[in-house]
Design a protein around this ligand. Structure first.
Ligand SMILES: [Zn+2]
Length: 261
């Protein structure tokens, strides 16, 4: 067993509040700092399924990429889904820690890992606050289709904007929902931008800037990093098991049914 306090200190140092976005809600969000931890589970989001998995597996600490709770709340009752989940977690002594945008921007965080998947070189933050990434494609003559193949292989099928036979030399990255990265990416000379998801009008804007978009989906753009986060915590605290949730699925499904008219 390890003190929750020690694990929180470690995570706070790795994912400091200063590197999170100002609107975010990160750190220890549920929990008794005097408690001890014998098992840790990481996840992307605390859903009812994830909550039940943590109870069934006798987890003491959930490290959830997305904050739970996120918004300020005035009641914790069984009349809301959020309240029910909080009551269930608290009654089982399960703490929740969230690194969210500090994890996105960290030196080994989600966006840096996406840059590594795309084999980018000279990788730097896209914005002055350290968020996003931009770098150069390793091979000259890389086409959008080459990058799409890499992402499909590693993260699954994705949507895209642009011509597949167009060269992409400089590529920017923003996991999750980062529509506002489009203009900055174009300004810094990117030919392509990977976003978890993008609104239709963001796609039109990118098209008008001749900026290709790769859109693997919010879930796929971040979920893989929950696995690496579990490995990292397990390496730091080898005395206790730490694993990624295996009940989490993307809520957005892709149709593969043919439609008869
Ligand atoms: Zn996200």
């Amino acid at each position: 067993m390890i003190d929750l306090k020690s694990i929180v200190s470690y995570l706070d140092a790795e994912y400091p509040a200063l590197s999170a976005e100002s609107w975010d809600n990160i750190g220890l969000l549920v929990g008794d700092l005097s408690a001890t931890v014998g098992m840790i589970m990481t996840c992307l989001t605390v859903t009812p399924e994830v909550c039940e998995e943590s109870v069934a597996k006798k987890v003491d600490l959930i490290v959830s990429h997305h904050p739970f709770p996120f918004q300020a709340i005035k009641q914790i009752t069984s009349q809301t889904v959020e309240g029910s989940l909080l009551l269930r977690l608290i009654s089982h002594g399960i703490a929740v820690y969230s690194p969210h945008t500090a994890h996105d921007s960290a030196k080994d965080g989600v966006n840096q890992q996406l840059a590594a998947i795309l084999e980018l070189t000279d990788v730097a933050p896209l914005n002055a606050n350290g968020s996003g990434r931009i770098g150069n494609c390793k091979r000259s003559g890389t086409l959008l289709s080459d990058l799409l193949r890499i992402i499909e292989r590693r993260l699954g099928a994705c949507s895209y904007v642009g011509d597949t036979d167009k060269p992409v030399n400089r590529m920017a990255i923003g996991c999750g929902a980062a529509d506002d990265f489009v203009d900055e990416a174009a300004k810094q000379g990117a030919d392509g931008l990977l976003l978890g998801e993008a609104r239709f009008h963001t796609c039109l804007r990118a098209q008008s800037l001749r900026l290709a978009l790769i859109l693997p989906g919010h879930f796929a753009s971040e979920r893989f990093a929950v696995e690496t986060l579990a490995q990292k915590i397990a390496a730091r605290f080898p005395e206790i098991p730490c694993f990624a949730s295996n009940s989490e699925r993307d809520v957005i499904k892709r149709s593969n049914h043919s439609v008869d008219n």
